[in-house]
Design a protein around this ligand. Structure first.
Ligand code: GLN
Length: 555
């Protein structure tokens, strides 16, 4: 049964869609071939955006083939930033793209790893659920994968679930996922399960040619696993001509219209428009047997792109962190600045500054010339003194400052040492024996010994103080933001800080935990214990980032 929903084509929020009956969920799988980093996440998010703009309720799920239960225990150098959902899941950074594109929250079920799959199966085995049976990859692991895929759409909230399979076809660890997709297609039929395969068409400089062989081989590999892809998205640096598309279609056994070009673009936010031109959404809807509805206007999206490409101002912001070698380590922060920049019609240039390289001797020159300074989140001792110096430089020179999580904690330590004169003040995370633990372990963390998934995670409420910079940004008395930390501002010092000029402008109404600090006498000095960057989207840039960029412009 195909169900149509009452559509609102201008709506950018799936929440506005009303089902006329319980929807039958259709599945789209996105696999990758030839090489990693081709942008499966962006293609998935772009397709979802187009389907959403046509009135469908869509969500995206990422299946990650590694054995960690979630990326929360991974060093950002390994896998980029760890993204956090409102319900407290530590997830792959692709979920950030999904939220930024769709403006809809993802949850615990949107990211599943091999570790999590095996954990469930092993727990069931111990409970005796398979009593008498040999537990195997097929059917037990593949059944658990299918269950995790189907759970996403089971609440009746979505008509289409797009599931992105991490890794590259041919990887040993992806095999059970590919097999699960094969089984789902076999069980539900190709009209309910469409497979999009993303590959690379390399350009050989020497012969001046685009080569399709890697794509052919990668499709062959999928075929060996029992999957004939329905749509091929070809990542390329040069336009693909008709002959090449026909050749790929013929050799890979797909319709000529189902060979889609994905050419390099200057910003990921152009990809939905590019996919619209390539009719990826229409091809998928046709294959799923769903009506196309109205052509999406994407007017707000285009307006954002227009502002992004035609800035009236420019600011230079220093991002001080210790994972700066890897751009993906601060993905959500950089994207938030793209959104907030466009909202302010401002080109935001980000300079990544390694906190380990900032010293007492050089910090004046290293941080000179920026319109704003951001101190990034982080863990552990490495590079912390550089972050504290960056907060000091911003405070003393009246430079707009935004400290995020660890960045906020560094600003507190700096203020304690240099304004309150508390010598050796520190975070108990770095120096558990400090005489002045101005940042201390949260009470509920004291009994926790296990590392994975045990931080203060997900959304918590925060009450804002009127007349503060934070309130000016949000213009609300109560907000809710996402967290990922174990340490907190030590409330024993709150009066001393307030008397010396640093206030808590946001606090959690239940626990009294300090969520935001600021210096009222400064041009714009705000530190947040939460991760504002996780909730900035194209359509709803984050108010704090907007306010910070505005302060940078006025400087
Ligand atoms: N390491 C700090 C804590 O656990 C800050 C964490 C972060 O920046 N995400 O509290």
């Amino acid at each position: 049964m195909t169900i149509r929903c009452t559509r609102n084509s201008n709506s950018l929020s799936a929440n506005n869609i009303r089902f006329s009956a319980v929807a039958e969920v259709k599945y789209v799988f996105v696999t990758g071939g030839v090489t990693s980093s081709l942008g499966k996440g962006i293609i998935s998010a772009s397709l979802a955006k187009l389907l959403q703009a046509r009135g469908y309720s869509v969500t995206i799920q990422k299946l990650d083939p590694y054995i960690n239960i979630d990326p929360g225990t991974l060093n950002p150098y390994e896998h980029g930033e760890c993204y956090v959902t409102v319900d407290g899941a530590e997830t792959d950074l692709d979920l950030g793209h999904y939220e930024r594109f769709l403006n809809v929250h993802t949850t615990q079920v949107n990211n599943v790893t091999t570790g999590r799959i095996y954990q469930s199966v092993i727990n069931k085995e111990r409970r005796g659920d398979y009593l008498g049976k040999t537990v195997q990859v097929i059917p037990h692991i593949t059944d658990e994968i299918k269950r995790r895929i189907k759970i996403v759409g089971s609440g009746g909230n979505y008509e289409i679930v797009i599931t992105e399979i991490g890794g590259t076809v041919g990887d040993i660890e992806s095999l059970p996922y590919i097999e699960a997709v094969r089984q789902m297609r076999w069980e539900m039929g190709p009209r309910n399960c469409v497979v999009i395969h993303l590959t690379l068409v390399p350009f050989l400089q020497a012969s001046g040619e685009l080569k399709t062989k890697p794509t052919q081989h990668s499709v062959k590999m999928l075929l060996e696993d029992g999957i004939q892809p329905d749509v091929l998205v070809l990542r390329t640096e040069h336009p693909l001509n008709e002959d090449l598309r026909k050749k790929v279609a013929l050799f890979c056994n797909v319709e000529p219209g189902a060979v889609v070009e994905s050419i390099d673009v200057t910003t990921i936010y152009e990809v939905p428009l590019m996919m619209q031109k390539e009719k990826l959404d229409l091809t998928v809807l046709r294959k799923l047997g769903l009506p196309q509805g109205e052509e999406p206007s994407l007017s707000e999206w285009k307006e954002f792109l227009h502002k992004l490409k035609n800035p009236a101002h420019q600011v230079k912001i220093a991002l001080v962190g210790k994972y700066v070698e890897l751009a993906d380590a601060y993905k959500s922060i950089s994207e938030s600045f793209i959104h907030a920049g466009a909202a302010n019609e401002t080109a935001v240039e980000m300079a990544m500054i390694h906190s380990e390289e900032i010293t007492d001797a050089n910090y004046g020159t290293m941080l000179d010339g920026y319109d704003g300074i951001v101190v990034a989140p982080g863990f552990g001792e490495r590079g912390i003194e550089g972050k504290i110096l960056a907060a000091n430089y911003a405070r003393k020179n009246d430079i707009p400052f935004l400290g995020i999580c660890f960045g906020m904690q560094c600003a507190v330590i700096e203020f304690a040492r240099n304004v309150l004169g508390l010598e050796g003040a520190h975070s108990a995370e770095i120096n558990p024996k400090t005489k002045h633990p101005v940042i201390d372990l949260m009470e509920e963390q004291k009994s926790i010994a296990v590392k994975g998934g045990t931080m203060r995670l997900g959304s918590y409420k925060c009450e804002l103080l009127h007349g503060t910079k934070a309130w000016e940004c949000y213009r609300k008395d109560e907000i809710s933001e996402r967290h990922r930390h174990r340490y907190e501002f030590n409330n024993k010092y709150i009066t001393d800080f307030r008397n010396a000029g640093m206030i808590a402008s946001g606090t959690n109404p239940e626990s009294g935990l300090v969520e935001i600090i600021e210096i009222p006498s400064h041009r714009w000095f705000v530190g947040v214990q939460f991760h504002a960057e996780y909730s900035s989207t194209v359509i709803k840039p984050h108010p704090l980032f907007i306010g910070f960029v505005r302060a940078c412009i006025s400087k």
